[in-house]
Ligand binder design. Structure first.
Ligand SMILES: [Zn+2]
Length: 244
């Protein structure tokens, strides 16, 4: 054990093993990889908040503050908020009390400067950054999205490959027709996957080099995937401190 394990000193009697080590958890994976589901499961199992940057930006933009005005102006111009503004917003949110024992990022980091900010935050806040990449074979990912059918009435989703409705094109619950959402059309899927490759590959390479990245297999049920995620988190006690 290195000095990083000595942080905090007094561990309460009865505290479980996780309370003495705090993590910033980043789940990476293409759309359809089940990132959102896993984030929820991790949040529940370890009682960690999900810090969703998109949501925080939306909230900040509503405020009549220099920061809020800046965000509104940027978004009104159809631009992405700068990494500096994002850094302010993320730092402000993650020093709140509920983040003391760690937190899960959603939608962050997306760029290399943001990845560096993640490491910086980990150092400042004495958390360990843990990047878990959920790897799903491309053809499976594709089928998960391309096979999705949504009920026009109740929004229930089916998948023609994995969980089809009893009668093709008809909702089991209410007998209404199913449709393919715009996002699930082949061109839209291809675009999203290409964007993911473009954005994410450099990040994954970066995190692999700094030893923070863990790639797990994203096939199987959400519960099966979660077991893998949990084992990374729980084995992460040693040697996964943020680069310093
Ligand atoms: Zn329905």
């Amino acid at each position: 054990m290195t000095d990083s394990s000595a942080r905090g000193g007094g561990v309460c009697a009865g505290a479980d093993q996780y309370s003495s080590m705090s993590h910033i958890i980043v789940l990476m994976g293409a759309q359809g990889a089940g990132k959102g589901t896993q984030a929820q499961m991790v949040a529940e199992r370890y009682s960690l908040p999900i810090v969703a940057t998109g949501e925080i930006l939306r909230k900040e933009a509503e405020a009549d503050t220099p920061l809020g005005n800046g965000i509104r102006a940027t978004q009104a111009a159809g631009k992405f908020v700068s990494d500096d503004i994002l850094a302010d917003v993320v730092r402000k949110r993650t020093i709140e009390d509920d983040c003391l024992k760690g937190y899960i990022f959603d939608g962050f980091p997306r760029t290399l400067p943001q990845a560096k900010l993640l490491e910086k935050l980990a150092r400042e806040q004495s958390h360990r950054a843990l990047v878990i990449s959920i790897d799903v074979p491309r053809d499976l990912l594709y089928k998960r999205m391309e096979g999705r059918r949504t009920c026009t009435a109740c929004n229930r989703t089916y998948n023609i490959y994995f969980s089809p409705s009893q009668q093709e094109g008809i909702c089991d619950i209410d007998g209404e027709p199913l449709f393919i959402r715009k996002d699930d059309h082949p061109e839209a899927i291809a675009k999203r996957l290409a964007l993911y490759d473009e954005e994410t590959r450099p990040l994954l390479d970066y995190f692999s080099q700094s030893g923070l990245a863990h790639v797990i297999e994203g096939t199987g049920t959400p519960q099966e995937v979660f077991e893998r995620v949990a084992s990374v988190i729980e084995e992460g006690k040693g040697g996964l401190s943020a680069k310093s």
